[in-house]
Design a protein around this ligand. Structure first.
Ligand code: SAH
Length: 466
């Protein structure tokens, strides 16, 4: 170990920063966050530092550095761009046995500053011992994405219950197990989600009945299929779940990101071929949660957009099972971005409407007068098998038959195909190219931009123009 890691209490401690530029400013901000009493020594200050000095937040010594200045300081930082000055600061501090850091110069430093992830009171410091600072910053970026923003509040929440938990469980092992289940379960999720009152109630219950099952359901949007389009929240929950319920819209590449030893249950739902009726899925989720499992219901796209997400959690709400809904990128957004079809556009479309082409009682029930008005984009989910009727209905209700129309199959994935035509030609093109579900139909002038703006995989017939 090249350096010894430690966290130092600097509340009200006198600290000296030599230098008055941007680098010094960064250090001043950090040390101020730690509550230090700062002196900044520099003949001139940058604007922000001058403002801080004027406001009395730091003491300013407008002078050249002399060794005596380090006297009485707890910590010294040299942040000038003059190595001779930095060396003088370093020598003076070392002679007085005061820890000194020269920014980006480990050779002149007795301590170095780590890259930090600040979720105070949780604080993570990463260091490469000064050898490859960029690597430390990369690690830090990864940690930033792994640790929810609300984690600091979780530490505060835990602290409030510390004494009571200690009194409740005399045995250290039991206490550890209790805290683990709290910090990895629905209580922690509620704190991170900002619902402290709910979390407190659950915590009271857990303290009263520590062995009662504490399951929860997470209804999570997995996005249109490309794993890069998952949210951080979705990924974290995928790595914590005990059971995962998924269907055919969830790409295999996404399932691979689920915790390895989680149970996977296929509840495959296709329009015409329900592997499990909706009621059974709802009942299954309820039962698993009642058994105390953390149930992840992974849905394609966004759970609240043609996903029956509302129905799936209604029963849970009725039974008082904690649940959380995590939005996902809906396939219309995914398809539009990856096919180069802006859904709105100042010149061509002032609104966008999402509808389903799915038949109810044998007919497509849509508000045609509204959908055929000019200057809008219409995106049809679940519409490939009814494409001929859909396109015909648009024209019957007054939309010009040469209105650009596209179908995007397996949007955002390796298998994405985009076929561009018009309301008149699209149904035949769909047959010709063998396009099948999952696919979206997009109708409107903006579709004609795909030829120019499409950047991901190939586009068939990009000849339609505006
Ligand atoms: N909740 C989902 C929609 C579920 S309905 C969402 O927000 O996207 C199922 C329909 O979504 C499919 O019939 C298809 O029209 C569309 N869909 C889902 N994923 C898709 C994809 N990767 N490419 C194209 N269409 C997709």
């Amino acid at each position: 170990m090249e350096y010894f890691p430690l966290f130092m209490n600097l509340r009200q401690a006198p600290c000296l920063i030599v230098g008055g530029g941007e680098v010094a400013l960064r250090k001043v901000r950090l040390l101020r966050a730690a509550g230090a009493e700062l002196t900044v020594l520099s003949p001139v200050l940058c604007r922000e530092l001058a403002e801080l000095a004027a406001a009395g937040a730091v003491r300013h010594l407008a002078a050249e550095f002399v060794p005596d200045t380090v006297g009485g300081q707890r910590l010294v930082i040299a942040a000038t761009d003059d190595r001779a000055v930095n060396r003088a600061v370093s020598d003076a501090a070392k002679a007085a046995n005061i820890p000194v850091n020269v920014v980006d110069d480990p050779e002149l430093s007795t301590w170095i500053s780590p890259a930090i992830v600040d979720r105070s009171p949780l604080l993570i410091a990463v260091s490469t011992g000064g050898s490859v600072p960029v690597l430390g910053r990369l690690v830090r970026a990864r940690l930033e994405s792994l640790i929810p923003a609300g984690f600091g509040r979780l530490a505060g929440f835990g602290a409030r219950f510390r004494d009571r938990v200690k009194a409740r469980f005399a045995d250290v092992e039991q206490r550890r197990a209790f805290w683990e289940s709290v910090l990895e379960g629905p209580v922690a999720d509620a704190v991170v989600a900002g619902s402290d009152d709910v979390a407190e109630q659950m915590m009271e219950q857990r303290l009263a009945e520590p062995d009662a099952p504490s399951g929860a359901v997470y209804l999570v949007g997995a996005g249109p299929g490309n794993p890069d389009l998952l949210t951080f929240r979705a990924l974290r929950l995928m790595q914590q779940a005990d059971v995962v319920l998924y269907d055919n819209l969830v790409a295999p590449a996404l399932l691979e990101l689920v915790r390895r030893d989680a149970e996977r249950i296929f509840v495959g739902k296709q329009r015409a071929n329900h592997a499990l009726p909706q009621e059974d899925i709802n009942a299954l989720m309820l039962r698993l949660a009642q058994e105390g499992k953390r149930v992840l219901r992974l849905k394609g796209g966004d759970p609240f957009t043609f996903g029956r997400g509302g129905e799936e959690i209604e029963k849970l709400a009725e039974h008082g099972i904690p649940f959380e809904v995590v939005p996902g990128i809906t396939s219309a957004s995914g398809a539009a971005a990856y096919a180069g079809i802006p859904l709105t556009h100042r010149d061509y479309a002032q609104s966008v409407t999402f509808v389903t082409g799915h038949k109810q009682d044998g007919t497509i029930q849509l508000d045609w007068p509204a959908l055929t008005r000019p200057h809008q984009t219409v995106v049809v989910y679940m519409g490939v098998s009814t494409a001929s009727e859909l396109c015909a209905a648009f024209v019957e209700h007054g939309k010009p038959s040469d209105t650009p129309a596209a179908v995007v199959e397996w949007a955002t994935t390796e298998r994405q195909r985009t076929v561009v035509g018009t309301l008149e030609t699209l149904p035949a093109l769909i047959g010709e190219h063998g396009i099948a579900s999952p696919a979206l139909i997009i109708v409107g002038e903006v579709v004609a931009l795909a030829g120019r703006l499409g950047w991901f995989r190939r586009i068939e017939n990009p000849t339609v123009t505006i």
